[in-house]
Design a protein around this ligand. Structure first.
Ligand code: NAD
Ligand code: DAU
Length: 345
């Protein structure tokens, strides 16, 4: 089996390649990545010389590159995207280019190459926002209502994937998952930003009132969900993937951002003085929660990594891999940080 993984140098893509090569050592993996600010080949240093792994430095928007990359490939696992909501508010164009046009170019390439499975990685953000009061969760039947340029571009890509299944018979599957956390996450995202800021004695910027809720999914659980869908998923189907919720106190709809921050403060022995409330994100979605009943019932998957324990392990990973995030933070990210949060933090 030969897999083409797009965006394999990013956070989830790299975790997925490491996972796949561990659990499916007989397979060959090709990683197609243009190495934007978010792509980092250091994430894959442990397998870079593996005879079953190869890297193509290229853009998914380029049909020539895509055609070459698809040669001899059985399955495409499509992660490549612009993925940060705040950047999509600052500069939306790149999101349309990569997430919509790039996906269309890949789909054309997949049809031409007769790919056996095109698996598209999407997000729960396409469903919009839930309120803190309701108990509802997002599921496969929730209507699309994207509210940021990022979410709208991912919604566009989901529609294209389904349209290529209907129109051209491309064998597709889609997963819409919640917020991932774990090793190799770029420190512009909330959890690694909070951890690395504290490790640098900087405050944690908390948007608005800090009462926004996300459904936290440990990245390895996500990789396993994709594996299960690739092995047993039904062609043309969508599966929603979310995190562990059983250990939430009764009556609670999720963990708020400020609670996440307080957990990280405790893990690093810091106090509330390191919290800085900052201007809210425009159009900030209040709450996400994912109902993963379908993938559990039909394919037997459920998340196995609870939030508190794996947040602790994630903090330890960032403590032990300072070289990784210092390198990442010292690059182009510095100018983005100044633009987003102001000052010279
Ligand atoms: P990331 O930003 O860490 O990585 C994206 C990768 O894609 C990078 O390696 C980048 O270089 C590459 N890339 C970007 N544009 C490209 C292009 N035009 N051609 C080739 N490569 C390109 O993203 P992530 O957090 O790992 O997310 C991966 C996927 O999962 C995305 O599709 C995202 O929408 C989706 N997703 C992420 C989360 C999350 O919590 N991080 C949750 C749900 C869904
Ligand atoms: O839900 C899945 C989505 O999760 C993915 O599709 C996206 O690719 C991924 O970036 C993530 O989007 P969010 O916007 O939820 O993640 P982010 O880490 O940017 O923010 C998480 C929460 O923390 C959100 O409520 C905003 C808040 N936040 C974020 C940052 C960066 C802060 O309060 N301060 C910050 O500095």
């Amino acid at each position: 089996m030969k897999l083409l993984v797009t965006g394999g140098a990013g956070f989830i893509g790299a975790n997925f390649i490491l996972y796949w090569m561990k659990y499916h050592p007989e397979d060959h993996v090709v990683n197609l990545d243009s190495l934007t600010y978010a792509g980092n080949l250091e994430n894959l240093i442990t397998i870079e010389k593996h005879p079953h792994y190869s890297f193509i430095h290229g853009n998914i928007c380029d049909p020539v590159v895509v055609e070459k990359a698809m040669q001899g490939v059985n399955m495409v696992v499509h992660f490549a995207a612009e993925s940060h909501v705040d950047r999509s508010i600052m500069e939306p164009a790149a999101f349309i280019e990569t997430n919509v046009t790039g996906t269309q170019v890949l789909l054309d390439g997949a049809v031409k190459a007769g790919i056996e499975r095109f698996h598209h990685i999407s997000t729960d953000e396409v469903f919009g926002a839930l309120s803190l009061e309701e108990t509802k969760k997002f599921s496969e039947t929730t209507a699309y209502n994207p509210r940021s340029p990022y979410a709208a571009s991912k919604a566009g890509s989901d529609h294209l994937v389904r349209a290529y299944h209907t129109t051209f018979g491309l064998p597709v599957t889609i997963t819409n998952c919640s917020n991932n956390f774990g090793p190799f996450q770029f420190p512009e995202k909330f959890i690694p930003l909070a951890i690395t800021n504290l490790l640098e004695e900087k405050k944690i910027p908390v948007y608005g009132d800090g009462l926004y809720v996300r459904d936290w999914l440990y990245v390895e659980d996500h990789c396993r969900a994709i594996d299960v869908v690739l092995q047993k998923g039904k062609i043309g189907e969508t599966y929603c993937v979310g995190g562990v919720t059983e250990d939430l106190p009764a009556g609670r709809q999720g963990i708020s951002n400020i609670e996440v921050v307080k957990k990280i403060l405790r893990l690093l022995g810091k106090d509330d003085a390191m919290i800085e409330y900052v201007k809210d994100r425009p159009g900030h979605d209040r709450r996400y929660a994912v109902d993963w009943t379908k993938i559990n019932r039909e394919l037997g998957w459920k998340p196995e990594h609870n939030f508190d324990e794996w947040l602790g392990k994630t903090v330890t990973w960032y403590k032990e891999n300072v070289f990784w995030w210092k390198d990442v933070k010292s690059g182009a990210y510095t100018s983005y940080y100044k633009k987003q949060y102001g000052g010279d933090k």
